[in-house]
Design a binder for this molecule. Structure first.
Ligand code: G6P
Length: 609
């Protein structure tokens, strides 16, 4: 979704803004723009398209030269991607960039039109620029902002500059992320830390309904009444390197390769003396004993991680778990009570539907637990308890390492749950945890097989549609493998529970339709193989992903990817197996000439519903 940056300091503002926008590219966007004070005048350059187009425009129109300004990457919601709909928006006295959706913009627009304002764009955001101008009087920007915010419905992060104040940047937020970077004699605003990490690691989190003013004295914070607010400065644990490609051609490949390390880190942080330990976040055995039902709610890949979590929790702890898509859960009037535990899973911690699902669960009295990768995110701060996964910054839009650490957290939760409720003994909890400790090596062994994954991908590049099938944990993985492939290769794909294919969709199997069969679960291996044979008999091209040494009847498999899981319990093999699926998706994307890091139409962090 949209990215916001803002800068005030001694550096070349255009350079800082463009660099920051580049770091936010991962969020997904279709146009970009900046507004910079040059000789006390606001100079705006904006265009539809990628930052490379923006750079060309800056070359031809001339780069604004100054030290104060705001920038934006836009992911279109109201109005098509076009030069005029790109941000910043201005009405002369006020120039803004906006992330989020102003729900009452039509009303505001009507009112402002009556007041004599004319609108140039089709965006909801332009109404904010006009409203700020409407309330701006007596050279008092703060008053204009507080009055304007009181009238806005919906979500926003705003970067604002006033023509009369060439050495100030204002910003405000409600519902959309905005972070203030605090440097030495310079300040920043941004949608995410990587945008200013190169200049400072110190940051302040802006909360909902707070306003910040950057001027030569640093950053000052205010509430909706314009009263000063004291804020705490924190230091980012991420370093610049973590947010860079480090020699890999794409972030996605780098992030796939980081999995052994981030899985290990997450394991270390959530275990003590060889067993899962959630006491630090307030999740005690007593609390787990009191849980009646578990709901896991999330979107996209995080939701598919939730399905692995469901299978694991139900298998070992014998507690019923329902996995719900967050955008459905929030509107389906769920039946919840104080004995329910609602787990929300999110990489970004900002996904609007997941956040709304969490708010709903809280309002109904359920206990809430977030599994989140960005520890300063809204969801992390809102949930009663929060497991902070340690994937580090995930820049590629398609999630990889965040998924792995999400499932690691859910496995550990399953083991602790099972122990707390007496479903397994302490020694069994120890044994399962020690098996989980073996997954980083198993993941490394799969990543070493990248060439084979690339070869499998090369068999798919001319296909228009394909299937993933599997049973149990393999079905959960099929869902994620199929999503990953669709997201970045644009090949249509469907994931099916292997036993379900014959109930209809098998009619789509034609000569050479690829069917990726995930067959790692030994207790149902024969069943999965039968389903594979069913499609093979109808002409499918079978790629089988299985445990090393798995035997298939001659001629039933066209390409076999045997993975070495060591002694891993079948329940835990999704961790290494998903890496093979990620690599197949990655290479399919690259071989088809796509940019796997920035798939068309997708956004990394979806802050609209
Ligand atoms: C977007 C991304 C997906 C991601 C989903 C949930 O749709 O494109 O890759 O899985 O949001 O994101 P979250 O940050 O909540 O995990």
């Amino acid at each position: 979704m949209c990215g916001i940056v803002g800068y005030l300091g001694a550096r070349d503002c255009t350079e800082v803004l463009m660099d920051g926008l580049e770091k936010l590219e991962y969020r997904g966007y279709d146009s970009a723009g900046i507004a910079v004070f040059e000789n006390n005048e606001i100079k705006t350059v904006k265009t539809r398209g990628k930052l490379s187009q923006m750079k060309n425009k800056l070359e031809t129109e001339g780069k604004p030269v100054g030290h104060c300004g705001i920038g934006h990457t836009r992911w279109a919601t109201h109005g098509e991607p076009s030069d005029v709909n790109s941000h910043p928006h201005s009405n002369g006295r006020v120039t803004i960039v906006h992330n989020g959706i102003i729900e009452n913009y039509a009303e505001l627009k009507e009112f402002l039109t009556e007041q004599g304002y004319t609108f140039l764009s089709q965006t909801d955001s332009e109404a904010v620029a006009c409203l700020l101008d409407y309330y701006y009087s007596e050279r008092n920007p703060l008053h204009a902002i507080t009055e304007t915010l009181k009238e806005l419905r919906g979500s926003y992060a705003l970067g604002i500059i006033f023509k009369d104040f060439p050495e100030r940047v204002y910003a405000a937020r409600r519902g959309s992320p905005l972070i203030v970077g605090v440097g030495d004699g310079e300040s920043f605003i941004a949608s995410d830390i990587p945008a200013f990490l190169k200049y400072t690691k110190d940051y302040v989190l802006l909360d909902d309904d707070e306003i910040v003013r950057l001027d030569k004295d640093g950053a000052k914070f205010f509430d909706l009444h314009g009263l000063p607010v004291k804020k705490e400065t924190q230091t980012a644990e991420w370093d610049v390197e973590q947010a860079q490609k480090c020699g890999f051609p794409h972030y996605m490949l780098k992030e796939i390769h980081e999995q052994p390390e981030v899985v290990q880190k997450t394991l270390d942080s959530l275990t003590s003396e060889g067993v899962p330990d959630f006491s630090e976040i307030g999740l005690t055995d007593e609390m787990l004993r009191g849980v009646g039902r578990v709901f896991i709610t999330a979107c996209g890949t995080a939701m598919y991680a939730g399905i692995v979590g469901k299978y694991a929790i139900e298998k070992v702890a014998r507690v019923p778990v329902a996995v719900e898509i967050a955008s459905e859960f929030r509107y389906m009037n769920p039946i919840l009570n104080a004995e329910d535990l609602v787990i929300v899973v999110s990489q970004s911690g900002e996904t609007a539907d997941t956040k709304a699902a969490l708010e709903l669960a809280k309002s109904r009295g359920a206990k809430t637990l977030a599994v989140v990768n960005v520890k300063y995110s809204a969801i992390a701060r809102l949930a009663d308890m929060c497991v902070n996964t340690l994937a580090g910054p995930e820049i590629a839009v398609a999630s990889t390492k965040a998924y792995s650490v999400q499932i690691v957290s859910l496995y550990l939760l399953a083991f602790r749950f099972a122990y707390a409720r007496g479903a397994i003994s302490e020694s069994e909890m120890k044994r399962l945890t020690s098996l989980l400790e073996q997954t980083p090596q198993a993941i490394s062994r799969v990543i070493e097989r990248s060439d084979e994954c690339q070869f499998a991908a090369s068999q798919l590049i001319n296909t228009e549609t394909l299937f993933f099938i599997g049973r149990g944990f393999d079905y959960a993985l099929s869902l994620e493998g199929s999503l990953k492939l669709k997201e970045i290769s644009y090949i249509h794909s469907e994931a099916y529970a292997a036993g379900e294919l014959k109930h209809g969709t098998i009619s789509l199997i034609e000569q050479n339709t690829p069917v990726i069969t995930i067959a790692t679960q030994r207790h149902i291996l024969e069943k999965t193989i039968s389903n594979m044979e069913e499609v093979k008999a109808r002409g499918a091209y079978i790629i089988a992903i299985c445990r090393k040494g798995t035997m298939f009847a001659e001629g039933s498999v066209d390409l076999k990817l045997e993975l070495d899981f060591g002694d891993l319990d079948d329940m835990l093999v999704p961790l290494p197996t998903v890496c093979a699926l990620q690599l197949i998706a990655y290479y399919s994307s690259v071989l088809r000439g796509n940019d796997p890091d920035k798939p068309r139409n997708l956004a990394k962090s979806v802050t609209t519903e």
